[in-house]
Design a protein around this ligand. Structure first.
Ligand code: HPA
Ligand code: MG
Length: 214
């Protein structure tokens, strides 16, 4: 089993001089938490592990939108490199508004979206497991509605929070400290999804009025 890469609690002072991001985000990040090169390497090792575990099966790989989208695309690429077959499905779920988990999970689960999961080996792909609230709502509903042959979670990130997570992923890329991060699909009020690396947001980024971008 691949162990997650542990990102230590104190800032790693990674060199961010080669990172690119939209010009309007200048000053909105405090530090680089994970570079796109580190992400790429971890994605490859997760794909190798999934390929080993699902040999002889065609899992349904489910993208939990929107945050997991970049990770999902790169994971599928890496699975193709391993010659691992799969089916694709997408579901949209959220429990965050601003910087806090609302505890209030919004799920746009349509029965027709779940049709493709029935009795299959299902892998849910998430960007981050933080409190685990989203998954703790989603998993029992999926189990009841689609009766999967198996159901596992693959998350790029798992946050080391002070209280126990309500749900844990089987496949985890990085274990990260308890900071609010953005980038590579992860947002703050729908901004910052469009970067290649993962950043710790700055006060300027937090204070920004998202409607200031047109
Ligand atoms: N950033 C963005 N979205 C999140 C986070 C985070 O740190 N934790 C849970 N959802
Ligand atoms: Mg998410």
């Amino acid at each position: 089993m691949v162990d997650p890469i542990i990102i230590p609690d104190d800032s790693r002072k990674l060199d961010a001089s080669n990172c690119v991001y939209p010009t309007e985000y200048e000053g909105h990040f405090d530090s680089l938490m994970i570079s796109k090169e580190e992400i790429k390497e971890v994605v490859r090792s997760l794909a190798v592990q999934i390929n080993e575990d699902y040999r002889g099966c065609r899992p349904v790989i489910v993208c939990v939108l929107k945050g997991a989208n970049p990770f999902y695309q790169h994971l599928l690429d890496a699975l193709q490199d391993c010659r691992q077959g799969y089916s694709m499905e997408f579901i949209r779920v959220s429990s965050y508004e601003g910087m806090g988990s609302t505890g209030n999970v919004k799920m746009g689960l349509l029965d027709k979206d779940l049709e493709g999961l029935k009795e299959k080996h299902v892998i849910l792909v998430e960007d981050i497991v933080d409190t685990g609230t989203t998954l703790s709502h989603l998993i029992p509903i999926l189990k009841e509605k689609v009766n999967p042959a198996s159901l596992e979670v693959c998350s790029l990130l798992s946050k080391r929070i002070k209280v126990p997570q309500k749900c844990k992923a089987k496949y985890v890329g990085f274990s990260i400290p308890d900071h609010f991060i953005v980038g590579y699909g992860l947002d703050y009020n729908e901004l910052y999804r469009d970067t290649q690396d993962i950043w710790v947001i700055s006060q300027k980024g937090i204070d920004l009025d998202p409607s200031s971008f047109k």
